[in-house]
Design a protein around this ligand. Structure first.
Ligand code: ADP
Ligand code: MG
Length: 303
């Protein structure tokens, strides 16, 4: 519903008349037009009815308006949408380079590759066909990443800059070298081997990130080189040995109770711990699932 024919007032509730909205309906309305029509009270803005679905609870410092961002080239493809490089104009007028991770299909623009355009069209079609399901999944993922990233501060964990509600996206620090899988692929292509020191330092930095997450009772669940981002890493044939890597992508991480574990099927084939795969995620598992993925992550270095 685009806007509403009538404007309601939730405080003027007719006695005994309660109309219920399912939360999925609110998430969809929050993403689309921000209004729902209540048969008893007329048009209600989601800010009144379900403020979290329009991110009204997010602190101002984290809220980024689309006009503050100037999008440039595509950096990668995510499960929900593309990740773009962008220039952010901060409230004090300063400019900084960031990565904008779209959580909904966004046109890659005229400079985009044909494959990216095809992927965008296919995703946009799927969203149109099943807008309720996709709006809910995008909302839950954005909340998930936002709530974890906003409380983490560690030299090997990507820093959150803020979020944009339209298009629904997270804005994070830009990794100048991109994802580690691409860095390793460039070494394989060039036929160069990484020094033991670089491999060791990379492993230590990722282990420190995991240690930090585990001490905060977070199971990462998706450790693989695509989710490790590079700030400093030797290029093929470079004598450089300096390494700075950070763990990004908290889309499927889980916060758990200090005493508890998590359930649910999530991760990437080949990196997922056997206890997740064997029971289809229906049995409880612990932070140890990340240790399994860490082993597979190390294996990536020796391929
Ligand atoms: N901050 C960033 N800086 C540079 N590239 C990034 C950044 N974040 C993501 N990317 C690129 O986009 C890809 C997908 O991002 P990711 O957050 O892993 O999305 P998804 O949750 O859908 O897997 C990454 O593998 C990487 O190539
Ligand atoms: Mg990822």
């Amino acid at each position: 519903m685009k806007g509403s024919r009538t404007t309601g007032d939730i405080s003027k509730c007719r006695r005994g008349v309660v109309h219920c909205f399912v939360i999925e309906e609110c998430m969809l309305a929050g993403r689309e037009y921000s209004w729902v029509e209540c048969p008893s009270h007329g048009g209600l803005h989601m800010r009144e009815l379900a403020p979290d679905t329009v991110f009204a609870d997010i602190e101002n410092a984290l809220t980024i308006h689309v006009d503050q961002l100037k999008r440039s080239r595509m950096l990668g493809r995510g499960a929900f949408g593309f990740v773009f490089r962008a220039t952010l104009r901060q409230p004090n007028g300063e400019l900084c380079e960031v990565a904008q991770k779209m959580l909904e299909p966004v046109d890659p623009g005229p400079g985009g590759r044909a494959s990216a355009l095809a992927a965008y069209k296919a995703a946009a079609d799927k969203w149109k066909r099943d807008s309720l399901e996709f709006a809910c999944r995008a909302y839950c993922t954005s909340r998930q990443e936002l709530s974890l990233l906003s409380r983490m501060k560690h030299q090997n964990v990507i820093g959150l800059v803020g979020m944009c509600t339209f298009p629904l996206s997270l804005v994070v620090e830009l990794a100048p070298l991109g994802a580690l899988n691409q860095l390793l692929a460039s070494h394989r292509k060039a036929g160069t081997k990484l020094s033991l020191g670089v491999i060791k330092e990379s492993a230590v930095q990722v282990a420190r990130a995991l240690e930090y997450l585990h001490s905060a009772h977070i199971i990462y669940r998706d450790l693989k080189s695509e989710n490790v981002l590079g700030w400093r890493f030797p290029a093929p044939f470079s004598p450089q040995t300096d390494v700075l890597l950070k763990l990004g992508d908290y889309g499927i991480s889980r916060s758990v109770l200090p005493s508890g574990g998590a359930k649910g099927f999530g991760g990437t084939e080949g990196f997922m711990a056997p206890e997740i795969v064997r029971f289809n995620g229906e049995e409880e598992y612990t932070q140890k699932v990340d240790c399994f993925s860490f082993g597979m992550f190390l294996y990536d270095f020796s391929r």
